[in-house]
Design a protein around this ligand. Sequence first.
Ligand code: AMP
Length: 215
Amino acid sequence: MNLILLGAPGAGKGTISKKLVDTFNIVQISTGDILRKEVQAESEPGLSAKKYMDAGDLVPDDVILGIVEKKLLSDECANGFIMDGFPRTVTQARGFAGILDRNNMSIDAIIELQLDDDVVIKRLTSRRTCSNPECQAIFNILYTPPESEGVCDHCASKLIQRSDETEDTIRKRLDTYYEKTEPLISFYNGNDFYYAIDADRSVDDIFTEIEQLLL
Ligand code: AMP
């Protein structure tokens, strides 16, 4: 099964993706996670991406399309994938359609998680992420706190507030979302496998609705 998850930053794409991975035995492709790993490794793509990420801007389309194609062609995606945070621009969506065509792949469902801006800001400013690049587990000090303050439940690494999750940068990321990513909704929503979901509910409720759509 091949899926795309769309939605503003903080809408819950990462959390829902992880549940989809467990249920359908598919791979999560989070371009944000891949980029953060590159930044921590201080690799060349990481160093060039960091300035865009810290400013709340998008990393250039050609860099992202290269990352995605490499990952899609790896064996780990043989059973299917879920795109989390990609595509983010109409250019990426067109490039992605080309990658799928070239490799005889198709998309089974596009799911948009809908959430108001004020809820996004509250969720993201209280979010904490595991600093271990191989883990990157997400907690929320208001809704899903770790068992021990500041420490990851899964790998015991330190939890951090991401440098792009301060209120100013979140507002900039939302502006970027409306300017560059929202146009994707009209690009995709003519498809009869496009589903818009209310994301201002518990993770379990959201997931149950998605599961029913997909089964
Ligand atoms: P995320 O974790 O998905 O919110 O991504 C964090 C940051 O990584 C974004 O604010 C962008 O700077 C960058 N990024 C992630 N995915 C993409 C993408 N598909 N296109 C461009 N930039 C991206």
